[in-house]
Ligand binder design. Structure first.
Ligand code: E4P
Length: 231
């Protein structure tokens, strides 16, 4: 499963990119607005940091014509940009035009299997079901991803399932078990994926034991034996 970071914050993106396991970024108007910088400049800086990863940037028009115009503009900024359009009839019409021009589309704000079916039939590159927001209204977000994958597999649809609005590591594990193509998550959740208390405790014990025998062991880069024989 590919890891995308759901943020427009450059520090978070830099930290995640340095780990070498980051495959892309999702942004949305809310996330971009938080950064308070010119949109184009900011998106291009993200593209520069993630290098070979895709960067999802969203249109803000709500009519087909406006979305097509904005989608073309966004896609012209950088080859790694995927254009996000909302799951509305206008969004699907805009996708129809843009995909025929070779622009990759991520259909966002997907909350039902029927919406996902339309998205795949219309040839989207990514479909973004929002799990966490379904959980927020007491519906099963994971079940939505399960159903989308089942439908897509039954018809060999090529649209990739981008599990979005992931709120905690269990969401990540569950969508990975189902075989979702991508999981996008906030930096906080990404950090949580690394953590286990036994890792911390184990490391602490290793270092304590090493310290006790330090005199004999020497440094890894300057072994004690080498020092003792005066080399
Ligand atoms: C994905 O593209 C969306 O930006 C995101 O996952 C929404 O997550 P939220 O429900 O935590 O805002």
């Amino acid at each position: 499963m590919k890891f995308f970071l759901d943020t427009a914050n450059l520090d978070e993106i830099r930290q995640a990119a340095a780990l070498g396991v980051l495959d892309g970024i999702t942004t949305n108007p809310t996330l971009v607005a938080k950064e308070k910088r010119p949109f184009r400049e900011h998106i291009l800086e993200i593209c520069e940091i993630v290098k070979n990863g895709v960067v999802n940037a969203e249109v803000v028009s709500t009519d087909t014509e406006g979305m097509v115009r904005e989608g073309r503009e966004l896609a012209s900024w950088h080859p790694n940009i995927v254009v996000k359009v909302p799951m509305t009839p206008d969004g699907v019409r805009a996708m129809n035009v843009l995909t025929r021009e070779g622009i990759r589309i991520n259909v966002t704000l997907v909350f039902s299997p029927t919406q996902a079916l339309i998205v795949a039939k219309a040839g989207a590159y990514f479909v973004s079901p929002f799990l966490g927001r379904l959980d927020d209204i007491a519906q099963d977000g994971l079940q939505l991803v399960r159903e989308i994958l089942q439908i897509y597999r039954a018809y060999n649809f090529e649209t990739q399932v981008l599990a979005a609005s992931l709120r905690h590591p269990i969401h990540v594990v569950e969508v990975a078990k189902m075989g979702a193509h991508i999981g996008t998550m906030p930096f906080k959740v990404f950090e949580q994926l690394f953590k286990h208390p036994l890792t911390d405790r184990g490391l602490e014990a290793f270092l304590k034991d090493w310290e006790k025998a330090r005199e004999v062991l020497g440094d890894i880069t300057e072994p004690a034996t080498a020092r003792k024989v005066g080399r």
